[in-house]
Design a protein around this ligand. Structure first.
Ligand code: MG
Length: 459
Protein backbone atom coordinates (compact mmCIF):
# COMPACT_ATOMS: atom_id res chain seq x y z
CA UNK A 1 0.00 0.00 0.00
CA UNK A 2 2.77 2.37 0.96
CA UNK A 3 4.28 2.83 -2.45
CA UNK A 4 1.09 2.48 -4.49
CA UNK A 5 0.98 6.03 -5.71
CA UNK A 6 4.65 6.82 -5.79
CA UNK A 7 6.08 8.06 -9.06
CA UNK A 8 4.48 10.27 -11.65
CA UNK A 9 1.09 10.40 -13.33
CA UNK A 10 0.42 10.35 -17.08
CA UNK A 11 1.32 14.03 -17.39
CA UNK A 12 4.63 13.47 -15.64
CA UNK A 13 3.60 15.33 -12.47
CA UNK A 14 4.91 14.00 -9.16
CA UNK A 15 2.39 12.16 -6.97
CA UNK A 16 1.95 12.45 -3.23
CA UNK A 17 3.39 9.83 -0.92
CA UNK A 18 0.79 7.67 0.78
CA UNK A 19 1.42 5.63 3.88
CA UNK A 20 -0.25 4.42 7.04
CA UNK A 21 0.29 8.00 8.34
CA UNK A 22 -1.82 9.49 5.53
CA UNK A 23 -0.90 11.58 2.49
CA UNK A 24 2.04 13.95 2.14
CA UNK A 25 3.42 16.01 -0.71
CA UNK A 26 5.00 19.28 -1.80
CA UNK A 27 2.43 22.00 -2.27
CA UNK A 28 1.92 22.98 -5.90
CA UNK A 29 3.82 19.90 -7.08
CA UNK A 30 2.51 16.60 -5.78
CA UNK A 31 -0.11 18.17 -3.54
CA UNK A 32 -2.43 20.45 -5.50
CA UNK A 33 -5.94 21.64 -4.57
CA UNK A 34 -7.34 19.05 -7.01
CA UNK A 35 -5.52 16.18 -5.30
CA UNK A 36 -6.53 17.42 -1.84
CA UNK A 37 -10.20 17.84 -2.81
CA UNK A 38 -10.29 14.37 -4.41
CA UNK A 39 -8.83 12.79 -1.29
CA UNK A 40 -11.37 14.63 0.87
CA UNK A 41 -14.23 13.54 -1.43
CA UNK A 42 -12.90 9.96 -1.31
CA UNK A 43 -12.92 10.13 2.50
CA UNK A 44 -16.48 11.53 2.40
CA UNK A 45 -17.49 8.62 0.15
CA UNK A 46 -15.74 6.14 2.44
CA UNK A 47 -17.76 7.56 5.37
CA UNK A 48 -20.96 7.58 3.27
CA UNK A 49 -21.45 11.25 4.11
CA UNK A 50 -21.95 12.16 7.75
CA UNK A 51 -20.15 14.55 10.06
CA UNK A 52 -16.40 15.22 9.71
CA UNK A 53 -14.19 17.19 12.14
CA UNK A 54 -11.42 19.14 10.38
CA UNK A 55 -8.37 20.89 11.83
CA UNK A 56 -5.05 22.10 10.50
CA UNK A 57 -1.57 23.17 11.48
CA UNK A 58 -0.08 26.59 10.70
CA UNK A 59 1.55 25.95 7.31
CA UNK A 60 1.05 28.87 4.93
CA UNK A 61 -0.61 26.47 2.48
CA UNK A 62 -3.05 25.42 5.22
CA UNK A 63 -5.80 27.87 4.36
CA UNK A 64 -5.78 26.83 0.70
CA UNK A 65 -5.73 23.16 1.69
CA UNK A 66 -8.58 23.70 4.14
CA UNK A 67 -10.91 25.04 1.46
CA UNK A 68 -9.93 22.21 -0.89
CA UNK A 69 -10.76 19.71 1.91
CA UNK A 70 -14.05 21.51 2.60
CA UNK A 71 -14.93 21.43 -1.08
CA UNK A 72 -14.19 17.70 -1.33
CA UNK A 73 -16.09 16.79 1.83
CA UNK A 74 -19.12 18.94 1.00
CA UNK A 75 -19.21 17.52 -2.53
CA UNK A 76 -19.46 14.04 -1.01
CA UNK A 77 -22.38 15.14 1.15
CA UNK A 78 -20.57 15.61 4.49
CA UNK A 79 -21.25 18.17 7.18
CA UNK A 80 -18.11 19.81 8.54
CA UNK A 81 -17.06 20.85 12.02
CA UNK A 82 -14.22 23.31 11.51
CA UNK A 83 -11.78 23.44 14.42
CA UNK A 84 -9.40 25.86 12.65
CA UNK A 85 -5.75 25.78 13.73
CA UNK A 86 -5.42 23.12 16.44
CA UNK A 87 -3.03 20.26 17.28
CA UNK A 88 -3.60 16.86 15.68
CA UNK A 89 -4.55 15.34 19.08
CA UNK A 90 -7.28 18.00 19.48
CA UNK A 91 -8.89 16.82 16.22
CA UNK A 92 -8.64 13.19 17.37
CA UNK A 93 -10.17 13.99 20.74
CA UNK A 94 -13.01 16.08 19.27
CA UNK A 95 -13.86 13.49 16.60
CA UNK A 96 -14.62 11.08 19.40
CA UNK A 97 -16.26 13.65 21.68
CA UNK A 98 -18.59 15.06 19.02
CA UNK A 99 -19.53 11.56 17.85
CA UNK A 100 -18.44 12.50 14.33
CA UNK A 101 -18.15 9.90 11.60
CA UNK A 102 -14.53 10.82 10.98
CA UNK A 103 -11.87 13.50 11.19
CA UNK A 104 -9.23 15.04 8.96
CA UNK A 105 -6.07 16.90 9.88
CA UNK A 106 -4.28 19.07 7.34
CA UNK A 107 -0.65 18.76 8.36
CA UNK A 108 2.68 17.41 7.18
CA UNK A 109 3.73 16.95 10.82
CA UNK A 110 7.51 17.46 11.09
CA UNK A 111 8.18 17.76 7.32
CA UNK A 112 9.64 21.04 5.97
CA UNK A 113 7.34 24.03 5.26
CA UNK A 114 6.95 23.37 1.53
CA UNK A 115 5.11 20.14 2.41
CA UNK A 116 1.56 19.62 3.53
CA UNK A 117 -0.53 16.52 4.00
CA UNK A 118 -3.72 14.86 5.20
CA UNK A 119 -4.33 12.56 8.14
CA UNK A 120 -7.54 10.57 8.36
CA UNK A 121 -9.30 9.73 11.62
CA UNK A 122 -11.92 7.09 12.44
CA UNK A 123 -15.00 7.81 14.56
CA UNK A 124 -13.15 6.44 17.63
CA UNK A 125 -10.50 9.21 17.36
CA UNK A 126 -7.67 6.90 16.23
CA UNK A 127 -6.12 7.09 12.76
CA UNK A 128 -7.39 4.82 10.00
CA UNK A 129 -5.62 1.48 10.23
CA UNK A 130 -4.09 -0.23 7.25
CA UNK A 131 -7.24 -2.06 6.07
CA UNK A 132 -9.33 1.12 6.38
CA UNK A 133 -6.65 3.12 4.53
CA UNK A 134 -6.74 0.51 1.77
CA UNK A 135 -10.50 1.00 1.36
CA UNK A 136 -10.06 4.77 1.21
CA UNK A 137 -7.25 4.45 -1.33
CA UNK A 138 -9.34 2.14 -3.49
CA UNK A 139 -12.03 4.84 -3.71
CA UNK A 140 -9.38 7.41 -4.66
CA UNK A 141 -7.43 5.36 -7.19
CA UNK A 142 -10.43 3.64 -8.80
CA UNK A 143 -12.33 6.89 -9.00
CA UNK A 144 -15.28 5.56 -7.02
CA UNK A 145 -16.20 8.87 -5.44
CA UNK A 146 -19.94 9.20 -4.96
CA UNK A 147 -21.52 12.62 -5.24
CA UNK A 148 -25.01 12.99 -3.78
CA UNK A 149 -27.76 14.69 -5.70
CA UNK A 150 -27.92 18.49 -5.98
CA UNK A 151 -30.60 18.87 -3.31
CA UNK A 152 -28.58 17.39 -0.42
CA UNK A 153 -28.02 20.21 2.08
CA UNK A 154 -24.64 20.34 3.88
CA UNK A 155 -23.28 22.71 6.46
CA UNK A 156 -20.09 23.96 8.12
CA UNK A 157 -19.96 24.73 11.82
CA UNK A 158 -17.04 26.50 13.50
CA UNK A 159 -15.89 25.04 16.78
CA UNK A 160 -12.38 26.36 17.49
CA UNK A 161 -12.71 27.72 21.02
CA UNK A 162 -14.86 24.85 22.28
CA UNK A 163 -12.29 22.40 20.92
CA UNK A 164 -9.40 24.12 22.71
CA UNK A 165 -11.43 24.34 25.93
CA UNK A 166 -12.38 20.67 25.78
CA UNK A 167 -8.83 19.46 25.13
CA UNK A 168 -7.56 21.59 28.04
CA UNK A 169 -10.32 20.52 30.43
CA UNK A 170 -9.93 16.85 29.60
CA UNK A 171 -6.12 16.99 29.95
CA UNK A 172 -6.32 18.77 33.31
CA UNK A 173 -8.80 16.18 34.60
CA UNK A 174 -6.03 13.55 34.65
CA UNK A 175 -3.53 15.68 36.58
CA UNK A 176 -3.00 16.54 40.24
CA UNK A 177 -3.45 20.27 39.82
CA UNK A 178 -2.74 21.33 43.39
CA UNK A 179 0.52 19.44 43.47
CA UNK A 180 1.75 20.92 40.18
CA UNK A 181 0.49 24.45 40.86
CA UNK A 182 2.24 24.61 44.25
CA UNK A 183 5.60 24.20 42.54
CA UNK A 184 5.19 27.29 40.32
CA UNK A 185 7.46 25.72 37.70
CA UNK A 186 9.26 27.96 35.25
CA UNK A 187 8.79 26.47 31.77
CA UNK A 188 10.53 27.54 28.55
CA UNK A 189 8.48 26.65 25.50
CA UNK A 190 9.18 26.34 21.77
CA UNK A 191 5.97 25.90 19.75
CA UNK A 192 7.70 25.76 16.33
CA UNK A 193 5.23 28.45 15.14
CA UNK A 194 2.82 25.53 14.94
CA UNK A 195 -0.63 24.43 16.01
CA UNK A 196 0.44 24.18 19.66
CA UNK A 197 1.18 27.94 19.85
CA UNK A 198 -2.17 28.87 21.41
CA UNK A 199 -3.23 25.90 23.49
CA UNK A 200 0.11 24.98 25.06
CA UNK A 201 0.75 28.28 26.88
CA UNK A 202 -2.87 28.13 28.12
CA UNK A 203 -2.33 24.65 29.53
CA UNK A 204 0.89 25.64 31.30
CA UNK A 205 -0.72 28.74 32.80
CA UNK A 206 -3.58 26.62 34.10
CA UNK A 207 -0.92 24.45 35.73
CA UNK A 208 0.39 27.51 37.58
CA UNK A 209 3.59 27.70 35.53
CA UNK A 210 5.54 30.83 34.75
CA UNK A 211 6.44 30.65 31.07
CA UNK A 212 8.74 32.08 28.41
CA UNK A 213 7.72 31.22 24.86
CA UNK A 214 9.54 31.34 21.53
CA UNK A 215 8.26 30.48 18.04
CA UNK A 216 4.56 30.98 18.73
CA UNK A 217 3.47 32.91 15.63
CA UNK A 218 0.65 31.45 13.55
CA UNK A 219 1.27 33.28 10.29
CA UNK A 220 4.85 32.72 9.19
CA UNK A 221 7.18 30.04 7.86
CA UNK A 222 8.58 27.97 10.74
CA UNK A 223 11.43 29.80 12.49
CA UNK A 224 13.34 26.58 13.02
CA UNK A 225 13.44 23.21 11.23
CA UNK A 226 10.19 21.57 12.37
CA UNK A 227 11.44 18.26 13.74
CA UNK A 228 11.95 18.57 17.54
CA UNK A 229 15.37 16.91 17.53
CA UNK A 230 18.34 18.24 19.54
CA UNK A 231 20.11 19.97 16.61
CA UNK A 232 16.97 22.09 15.95
CA UNK A 233 16.43 23.20 19.53
CA UNK A 234 19.42 25.45 20.29
CA UNK A 235 17.08 28.47 20.66
CA UNK A 236 15.10 26.69 23.38
CA UNK A 237 18.27 25.47 25.12
CA UNK A 238 19.49 29.09 25.30
CA UNK A 239 16.09 30.21 26.60
CA UNK A 240 16.19 27.59 29.38
CA UNK A 241 19.66 28.78 30.41
CA UNK A 242 18.79 32.48 30.18
CA UNK A 243 15.59 32.19 32.20
CA UNK A 244 16.95 29.47 34.55
CA UNK A 245 13.83 27.46 33.68
CA UNK A 246 13.01 24.17 35.39
CA UNK A 247 12.31 22.55 32.04
CA UNK A 248 12.06 23.29 28.33
CA UNK A 249 9.33 21.78 26.15
CA UNK A 250 9.43 21.66 22.33
CA UNK A 251 6.81 20.32 19.94
CA UNK A 252 6.49 19.77 16.20
CA UNK A 253 4.07 21.77 13.98
CA UNK A 254 1.02 19.63 14.78
CA UNK A 255 1.97 19.25 18.45
CA UNK A 256 1.76 15.49 18.80
CA UNK A 257 5.46 15.03 19.56
CA UNK A 258 7.18 16.29 22.70
CA UNK A 259 10.90 16.88 23.27
CA UNK A 260 12.33 17.91 26.63
CA UNK A 261 15.23 20.22 27.52
CA UNK A 262 16.70 19.72 31.00
CA UNK A 263 17.09 22.41 33.64
CA UNK A 264 20.74 22.56 32.54
CA UNK A 265 19.68 23.65 29.05
CA UNK A 266 20.50 20.33 27.39
CA UNK A 267 18.19 18.27 25.13
CA UNK A 268 17.73 14.97 26.95
CA UNK A 269 16.72 13.22 23.71
CA UNK A 270 13.22 12.44 22.43
CA UNK A 271 13.29 8.85 23.67
CA UNK A 272 13.45 10.12 27.25
CA UNK A 273 10.04 11.83 26.87
CA UNK A 274 8.21 8.50 26.65
CA UNK A 275 10.63 6.73 29.04
CA UNK A 276 10.10 9.31 31.82
CA UNK A 277 6.33 9.39 31.40
CA UNK A 278 6.27 5.58 31.45
CA UNK A 279 8.39 5.52 34.60
CA UNK A 280 5.98 7.94 36.25
CA UNK A 281 2.85 6.04 35.22
CA UNK A 282 4.27 2.67 36.31
CA UNK A 283 5.38 4.13 39.65
CA UNK A 284 1.70 4.82 40.37
CA UNK A 285 0.18 1.70 38.85
CA UNK A 286 1.64 -1.41 37.30
CA UNK A 287 0.52 -2.44 33.83
CA UNK A 288 1.43 -3.37 30.32
CA UNK A 289 3.40 -1.02 28.05
CA UNK A 290 3.69 -0.83 24.25
CA UNK A 291 6.43 0.93 22.26
CA UNK A 292 7.33 0.63 18.61
CA UNK A 293 10.32 -1.37 17.41
CA UNK A 294 12.38 1.80 16.78
CA UNK A 295 12.10 3.01 20.36
CA UNK A 296 15.08 2.99 22.74
CA UNK A 297 15.92 0.10 25.08
CA UNK A 298 15.29 2.67 27.81
CA UNK A 299 11.77 1.28 27.63
CA UNK A 300 13.09 -2.21 28.46
CA UNK A 301 14.99 -0.73 31.41
CA UNK A 302 12.01 1.20 32.75
CA UNK A 303 9.51 -1.65 32.40
CA UNK A 304 11.99 -4.11 33.92
CA UNK A 305 12.40 -1.80 36.95
CA UNK A 306 8.68 -2.18 37.68
CA UNK A 307 8.44 -5.79 36.46
CA UNK A 308 5.89 -4.81 33.86
CA UNK A 309 5.65 -6.38 30.40
CA UNK A 310 6.72 -4.41 27.33
CA UNK A 311 5.39 -5.24 23.88
CA UNK A 312 6.85 -3.87 20.67
CA UNK A 313 4.68 -2.85 17.73
CA UNK A 314 5.30 -1.90 14.13
CA UNK A 315 6.27 1.72 13.49
CA UNK A 316 3.38 4.17 12.86
CA UNK A 317 1.01 5.65 15.41
CA UNK A 318 -1.99 3.50 14.51
CA UNK A 319 0.14 0.34 14.76
CA UNK A 320 1.14 1.29 18.31
CA UNK A 321 -2.47 2.18 19.13
CA UNK A 322 -3.86 -1.13 17.83
CA UNK A 323 -1.30 -3.07 19.87
CA UNK A 324 -2.14 -0.97 22.93
CA UNK A 325 -5.86 -1.64 22.53
CA UNK A 326 -5.29 -5.34 21.98
CA UNK A 327 -3.06 -5.66 25.04
CA UNK A 328 -4.93 -3.14 27.21
CA UNK A 329 -1.71 -1.15 27.72
CA UNK A 330 -1.77 1.61 30.34
CA UNK A 331 0.83 3.73 28.55
CA UNK A 332 2.69 3.56 25.27
CA UNK A 333 4.01 5.44 22.31
CA UNK A 334 6.97 6.11 20.11
CA UNK A 335 10.56 7.09 20.83
CA UNK A 336 10.21 10.20 18.69
CA UNK A 337 8.45 11.97 21.56
CA UNK A 338 5.03 10.42 20.91
CA UNK A 339 3.24 9.76 24.20
CA UNK A 340 -0.07 7.86 24.11
CA UNK A 341 -2.08 7.94 27.34
CA UNK A 342 -5.23 5.81 26.81
CA UNK A 343 -7.43 7.32 29.55
CA UNK A 344 -7.33 10.59 27.56
CA UNK A 345 -7.41 9.13 24.04
CA UNK A 346 -5.59 6.80 21.66
CA UNK A 347 -3.28 9.29 19.98
CA UNK A 348 0.12 10.89 20.52
CA UNK A 349 -0.42 14.02 22.57
CA UNK A 350 2.28 16.49 23.65
CA UNK A 351 -0.07 18.28 26.06
CA UNK A 352 -0.76 15.35 28.35
CA UNK A 353 2.94 14.54 28.02
CA UNK A 354 3.87 17.96 29.46
CA UNK A 355 1.32 17.63 32.25
CA UNK A 356 2.55 14.19 33.28
CA UNK A 357 6.21 15.29 33.20
CA UNK A 358 5.42 18.30 35.41
CA UNK A 359 3.53 16.08 37.83
CA UNK A 360 6.49 13.68 37.90
CA UNK A 361 8.82 16.59 38.74
CA UNK A 362 6.44 17.79 41.46
CA UNK A 363 5.88 14.37 42.98
CA UNK A 364 9.50 13.21 42.89
CA UNK A 365 11.00 16.55 43.95
CA UNK A 366 13.73 15.87 41.40
CA UNK A 367 14.93 17.95 38.47
CA UNK A 368 14.70 16.85 34.82
CA UNK A 369 18.48 16.36 34.68
CA UNK A 370 18.39 14.18 37.82
CA UNK A 371 15.59 12.01 36.45
CA UNK A 372 17.33 11.65 33.08
CA UNK A 373 20.69 10.86 34.68
CA UNK A 374 19.13 8.11 36.80
CA UNK A 375 18.22 6.29 33.61
CA UNK A 376 20.90 4.45 31.61
CA UNK A 377 22.42 6.36 28.72
CA UNK A 378 22.75 5.00 25.20
CA UNK A 379 24.02 6.25 21.90
CA UNK A 380 21.46 6.17 19.10
CA UNK A 381 22.31 6.49 15.44
CA UNK A 382 19.66 7.08 12.75
CA UNK A 383 20.52 6.66 9.06
CA UNK A 384 18.52 6.97 5.85
CA UNK A 385 19.83 4.81 3.02
CA UNK A 386 18.56 5.34 -0.55
CA UNK A 387 17.61 1.94 -1.86
CA UNK A 388 15.66 0.22 -4.65
CA UNK A 389 12.60 -1.62 -3.24
CA UNK A 390 13.91 -5.11 -4.04
CA UNK A 391 17.11 -4.22 -2.18
CA UNK A 392 15.29 -3.99 1.14
CA UNK A 393 14.19 -7.64 1.18
CA UNK A 394 17.62 -8.97 0.24
CA UNK A 395 19.35 -6.71 2.76
CA UNK A 396 17.00 -7.90 5.51
CA UNK A 397 17.73 -11.53 4.59
CA UNK A 398 21.48 -10.91 4.77
CA UNK A 399 21.22 -9.14 8.12
CA UNK A 400 19.08 -12.01 9.45
CA UNK A 401 21.66 -14.59 8.37
CA UNK A 402 24.60 -12.65 9.80
CA UNK A 403 22.96 -12.10 13.21
CA UNK A 404 21.31 -15.54 13.40
CA UNK A 405 22.52 -16.08 16.98
CA UNK A 406 20.83 -12.93 18.31
CA UNK A 407 17.16 -12.26 19.01
CA UNK A 408 15.44 -11.51 15.69
CA UNK A 409 12.08 -9.80 15.18
CA UNK A 410 10.68 -9.65 11.62
CA UNK A 411 7.42 -7.83 12.41
CA UNK A 412 8.50 -4.63 10.64
CA UNK A 413 11.68 -4.99 8.59
CA UNK A 414 14.19 -6.61 10.93
CA UNK A 415 15.10 -5.82 14.51
CA UNK A 416 18.11 -7.55 16.01
CA UNK A 417 18.47 -7.32 19.77
CA UNK A 418 21.80 -8.08 21.45
CA UNK A 419 23.28 -7.44 24.88
CA UNK A 420 22.77 -3.68 25.45
CA UNK A 421 22.39 -2.96 21.73
CA UNK A 422 19.87 -3.32 18.93
CA UNK A 423 19.50 -2.51 15.27
CA UNK A 424 16.28 -1.89 13.35
CA UNK A 425 16.28 -1.91 9.56
CA UNK A 426 13.04 -1.18 7.74
CA UNK A 427 11.86 0.24 4.43
CA UNK A 428 10.41 3.71 5.02
CA UNK A 429 6.65 4.20 4.75
CA UNK A 430 7.02 7.67 3.26
CA UNK A 431 10.29 7.81 1.27
CA UNK A 432 12.23 5.52 -1.17
CA UNK A 433 14.77 4.77 1.50
CA UNK A 434 15.56 2.19 4.12
CA UNK A 435 15.77 3.43 7.69
CA UNK A 436 18.51 2.09 9.89
CA UNK A 437 18.48 2.76 13.61
CA UNK A 438 21.23 1.51 15.86
CA UNK A 439 21.45 1.89 19.62
CA UNK A 440 24.38 0.81 21.78
CA UNK A 441 26.03 1.74 25.07
CA UNK A 442 28.65 3.91 23.35
CA UNK A 443 29.15 5.78 20.09
CA UNK A 444 32.10 3.51 19.29
CA UNK A 445 29.97 0.35 19.62
CA UNK A 446 27.20 1.88 17.51
CA UNK A 447 29.69 2.84 14.80
CA UNK A 448 31.11 -0.67 14.79
CA UNK A 449 27.61 -2.13 14.33
CA UNK A 450 26.91 0.42 11.61
CA UNK A 451 30.03 -0.67 9.73
CA UNK A 452 28.96 -4.32 9.96
CA UNK A 453 25.36 -3.67 8.85
CA UNK A 454 26.44 -1.32 6.03
CA UNK A 455 28.41 -4.16 4.41
CA UNK A 456 25.26 -6.33 4.45
CA UNK A 457 23.05 -3.77 2.71
CA UNK A 458 22.58 -4.29 -1.02
CA UNK A 459 22.31 -1.03 -2.92
MG1 MG B 1 3.56 15.47 14.27
Amino acid sequence: MTESLRGTNCRGNPRPVISISGVRGVIGESLTPEVIARFAASFGTYLEGGKVVVGRDTRLSGEMAKYAVFSGLLSAGCDIIDLGIVPTPTVQLLTERLKADGGMVITASHNPPEYNGLKFISSDGAFLNSSRMKKLLAIYTQNKIKYPSFNKATKIKECHQQAINFHLKKTLSFLNLNLIRKKRFYVALDCCDGAGSVITPLLLKKLGCRISVINDKLDRVFSRPPEPIPENLSGLCNLVKKTKADVGFAVDPDADRLAIISDKGKPIGEDYSLALVTQFILSKKKGLVVANLSTSQLMDDVTREFRCPLFRSRVGEINVVEEMKKRKAIIGGEGNGGIIFPPLHYGRDSLIGMGLILQYLAQSGKSVSQLAEELPSYYMMKKKIPLPKQGAKKSIAKVKKYFCREKIDLLDGIRVTGENWWIHLRPSGTEPIIRLIIEAKTKKEAEKLHKTVSKLIIR
